[in-house]
Design a protein around this ligand. Structure first.
Ligand code: SIN
Length: 490
């Protein structure tokens, strides 16, 4: 089920760089080491081990053999391996610079032929059905919390339906849209995190919001991602005066972990008053190769007047990935019975305080596979009858005014960008909490009286999740990975 009109519309669809497979002289131990190092000491070693052991096998069996995803190959027909920041070896496979799209389309083609799978588009979950609160029996409140499905808005019809489910999986992706600048598509409004939180499900590590160091700087572009593989293939970060600067910050230079690179760019920009820095690929790769290796980046930059075969690319950091999320075990199980979470919305602890490049598609594959297996294994227990929750009561009196919704979105995005961004201080976070609390109550009140629309539900979710991130960042005084507290630097 997706709120989008096309089932492929998701963060995965826009993932450029690639998916980890295995390199020459590579090993699960080496991959675990890279994940833990990038995670700044906060990654769960068990999750890293599972990913490193099972990941390459699933890539081969499911993506390459079963789905025949069109990954790029070298002249000899072998899968082409690329590199990204903080990886010890070249171990990432890709489909030009549109890897997520290639995987997702192949998967959807396969799934659409399955008779026991129905895809619902333009249906947006409002809230999870919780046995404790959505059933008439008052004694259920003493039982373990249990998910019975969700209330769902049919966006086209404007009506709310009750979807019952013996197992519910949240695979709702990220939340980048609550920030002013993000690499994420429009739908990444934090819906799954917010629904889980409202249902009393545990979230962890929410302060670890990863910024991608390089998105296109252009007044009319919405922070189009310039893949880390551009640096993996030799691109070098330079000041607008053409001087490389990353060696000052980390021995791995332009291929240092993302948190380090994003902060270094931020520092160069604030210290020197630059509006952007440059990512120079043209000095290191010839024009024809650039067009062949990065066709999507080439075409998109050209649309904005930047010819990457002739000039360096002006770039700035932007919000990219939520490293925290709904706490799950290694089988996708959450703190609520019958509720599972996978992908960006889930947190196995794999990414710790900073995600290693090209782990996100693999994480979706590995832990999605494990969650599905767990549901299948437990099916005899799960298939038992579930109680019937009450129907939705429509209390909407008027349609929300789009001008008000847009203004609240602007306010939220500015608060998050300025006060809960790359560099945080107690003062900024306190201010964010104060402003967001006010906004939260306004929108909750509005939500209760207005007719439901996708944009109102997204705003409600976005504000709540902004508040949760600001709270986590405020409470954690220790700088680690992508959570950087300037005032309490240790
Ligand atoms: C990129 O291509 O730089 C994005 C890949 C990722 O976020 O892992």
């Amino acid at each position: 089920m997706t709120k989008a009109s096309k089932p492929e519309e998701s963060n995965t669809y826009y993932a450029q760089g690639g998916i980890i497979y295995k390199g020459e002289n590579d090993s699960p131990d080496l991959l675990v080491k890279d994940i833990l190092e990038a995670g700044a000491g906060a990654s769960n070693p068990i999750a890293a081990r599972i990913l490193a052991e099972l990941g390459p096998y699933l890539v081969e069996e499911l993506l390459v053999k079963k789905l025949s995803v069109p990954f790029s190959r070298d002249e000899s027909g072998k899968l082409d391996l690329t590199e990204e920041g903080a990886h010890s070896v070249r171990r990432i496979i890709h489909s030009d610079d549109l890897t997520g799209r290639a995987i997702e389309i192949s998967l959807l083609n396969y799934v659409s032929k399955l008779e026991n799978v129905k895809i619902w588009t333009e249906h947006m979950a409002i809230d999870l059905l919780n046995k404790q609160y959505h059933c008439k029996n008052p004694l259920y409140v003493y039982d373990e919390p249990e998910c019975l499905g969700a209330y769902v808005l049919s966006i086209k019809e404007g009506v709310v339906k009750r979807f019952l489910a013996k197992a519910t999986i949240l695979a709702t992706g990220g939340l980048g849209q609550i920030y002013l600048h993000t690499s994420n598509p429009k739908g990444a409004t934090g819906d799954g995190f917010a629904m889980a939180y409202r249902a009393g499900v545990q979230l962890i590590n929410m302060e670890y919001i990863q910024f991608h160091p390089t998105t296109l700087y252009h007044k009319e572009s919405e922070r189009f991602l310039i893949s880390e593989s551009v640096r993996g293939e030799g691109g070098v970060l330079k000041t607008p005066l053409g001087e490389p600067f990353m060696e000052k910050y980390h021995p791995l230079g332009s291929l240092a972990p993302r948190d380090v690179v994003a902060r270094a760019i931020h520092e160069e920009m604030t210290e020197n008053g630059y509006e952007y820095v440059l990512l120079d690929l043209v000095s290191y790769m010839d024009a024809e190769k650039i067009k062949k290796r990065f066709p999507n980046i080439y075409e998109t930059c050209l649309k904005y007047g930047v010819d990457i075969t002739k000039e360096p690319i002006p770039v700035v950091p932007a919000v990219h990935f939520a490293c925290g999320g709904i706490r799950t075990n290694m089988w996708g199980e959450t703190s609520m019975k019958r509720l599972f979470a996978v992908g960006e919305v889930a947190c196995t602890g794999l990414h710790g305080a900073n995600r290693l490049a090209s782990t996100s598609l693999l994480e979706g594959l590995v832990f999605g596979y494990r969650a599905a297996n767990r549901i299948a294994d437990k099916w005899s227990e799960l298939k038992k009858d579930i109680p019937l929750p009450v129907s939705w009561v429509d209390t909407g009196e008027f349609y929300p005014d789009p001008a008000l919704i847009n203004q609240d979105w602007n306010t939220l995005k500015h608060i998050m960008w300025n006060y809960v961004g790359l560099v945080r201080t107690e003062k900024r976070l306190k201010r964010a909490l104060f402003d967001l609390r006010h906004l939260y109550w306004e929108i909750e009140e509005f939500y209760r009286k207005a007719k439901l629309t996708r944009s109102l539900l997204e705003l409600r979710n976005g504000i709540l999740i902004g508040y949760i991130i600001a709270t986590a960042a405020y409470k954690n005084r220790e700088s680690r990975g992508c959570h950087y507290r300037k005032d309490t630097e240790i």
